[in-house]
Design a protein around this ligand. Structure first.
Ligand code: GLY
Ligand code: MN
Ligand code: MN
Length: 480
């Protein structure tokens, strides 16, 4: 392999995000190639996505499998792994003078190939002819389901597929191979996630200081995003920072915080190499939890700690979810909000009035890792079947855990007016829900607590620096 000329390496460092060493990518592709065993794998890198006219783009985000196997966070790349010949080919163009004028020094195509251990680099215009020749020779072309329309259209054009048909012809064999590989994080990947969590720690402790009576949600949300950018990456997903925490994915920041409110803050930085983090804390605007707030907060925290304590290789995440649900239901019974047999209430899904979402998801290069490959293939596999029960149906991850999985654990408890009204009108699960008491809590809002957890050979550990979570620690951080 040729050395990257130093002037290119320097420019590369100035203009591009870092990559791991070439052997990391070559080894990952070799392993994939052995699993696929025959045919060709087509990797489509992302293109810029216009926001409101062609040259005003959304911030560029490379496809995560492209990042995993080919490293470069650069638009318009594509690549092939020929599993029969054992050859890895990158399709990339060297920069024109115009590119350099508008975007600064860029690496040559050959340098891009060298940096990630490709055997060969060809101009991107050759991809169509290369694929045509391979298909004519009867070679199977495996590709991932495209989740962006411009990628889907391009795949259909390159492979001569009918309009709209690319998702149906995506390779399940490839998806399974990628899921198996990307699910178990290498230690270098765990270090990336932990570096993202350093920044998330700063974001969350800042929010605890800034949440105060009279503050605007948007002022705090803007500050949080600034910390993510200053940390060298950016947000892994749009920040949630809201006094209306019962709206699970609330991206509205227009409210002014009032004394007595609870703020749900769900945000995470991504690392410079684009690994995600995903943390939720719930913050009392007054600086201290009221008795009711402390009761619901403590109940969610107990459920989270019970679930994290149970995680280990071989344990199904479905069972961790149900464990958390039983913990929530038992504590709601103590508060008079539920009644009847707790196990039966959870078996029938009554707790979902208060905890309507899943316990968590895988996390890595994507915050919901690999969800674009299909939630069931990633989170369930062949051994667990997704429930159609309300609440449990939203569980993204159910399969048995393996050492090296990185997952979120994020139970919550919410009082959602529309859901309460719908269920009460039908007397749904009235054997388990004390609707008269629920009415007295209707304007409570919501609580969610979320950490990122590595499954270890003997159990699990919470990744990153500790972010205040116990009641007294949150209150102390609010007072700081
Ligand atoms: N931040 C979205 C989630 O927790 O899944
Ligand atoms: Mn989250
Ligand atoms: Mn999450």
């Amino acid at each position: 392999m040729r050395q990257v000329p130093s002037y290119i390496a320097a420019a590369y460092c100035q203009t591009l995000l870092p990559v791991f060493s070439a052997s990391v990518y070559a080894n990952r592709r070799d392993q994939l190639s052995r699993t696929i065993s025959n045919g060709v794998v087509l990797f489509m890198g992302a293109r810029h996505a216009p926001m409101n006219y062609p040259h005003n783009w959304y911030p560029f985000r490379q496809d995560s499998s492209f990042l995993y196997y080919w490293g470069h966070p650069i638009a318009d790349l594509a690549a092939l792994v020929d599993a029969d010949e054992g050859r890895h080919i990158l399709f990339a163009d060297s920069p024109s003078v115009d590119d350099v004028i508008w975007s600064g020094p860029q690496p040559e195509a050959a340098a891009l190939a060298d940096r990630v251990g490709a055997h060969e680099v060809r101009p991107s215009g050759d991809l169509e002819e290369t694929l045509r020749t391979m298909k004519a020779a009867g070679r199977r072309v495996h590709y991932e389901p495209p989740y962006r329309v411009n990628t889907q259209v391009r795949v259909e054009s390159l492979l001569g597929l009918g309009t709209g048909s690319a998702p149906h012809h995506a390779s399940t064999k490839l998806i399974r191979a990628i899921v198996r590989q990307r699910s178990v994080k290498e230690s270098r990947e765990v270090r990336q996630i932990e570096s993202a969590l350093q920044v998330s720690h700063a974001m969350h402790t800042a929010a605890m200081r800034l949440v105060t009576t009279g503050a605007l949600e948007r002022d705090i949300a803007g500050h949080i995003e600034g910390i993510a950018i200053a940390g060298g990456g950016r947000l892994a997903f749009p920040c949630i920072l809201t006094r209306r925490g019962e709206i699970l994915h609330n991206h509205y920041y227009g409210n002014r915080l009032r004394n007595g409110d609870l703020v749900v803050h769900d945000s995470g930085a991504s690392s410079p190499m684009q690994y995600a983090s995903d943390i939720t804390r719930t913050i009392p605007v007054s600086g201290t939890f009221s008795a009711r707030q402390r009761a619901i907060y403590s109940l969610v925290l107990r459920a989270q700690e019970a679930a994290i304590g149970a995680l280990r290789p071989g344990y199904r995440f479905l069972d961790a979810h149900l464990l958390a649900a039983r913990s929530v239901a038992a504590d709601l019974k103590d508060l008079g909000l539920m009644h009847g047999d707790t196990d039966e209430a959870v078996a029938q899904g009554a707790h979902a009035l208060f905890f309507p979402h899943g316990l968590g998801h895988m996390m890595g290069l994507d915050v919901h890792d690999m969800e674009g490959l299909g939630e069931d293939l990633v989170g369930y596999g062949d051994s667990v079947k997704r429930s159609d029960q309300f609440g449990l149906a939203y569980l993204r991850l159910a399969r048995a855990l393996r050492a090296g999985h990185v997952i979120t654990v994020e139970p919550g408890c919410y009082f959602i007016g529309a859901l309460i009204d719908q269920w009460r009108a039908k007397r749904r699960h009235a054997a388990f829900i004390n609707y008269a008491e629920v009415e007295r809590w209707r304007t409570f809002g919501g609580v969610r607590i979320e950490d990122d957890v590595l499954v270890t050979p003997s159990g699990s550990c919470i990744l990153g620096p500790p972010i205040p979570k116990a009641v007294l620690d949150v209150e102390a951080a609010c007072a700081a």
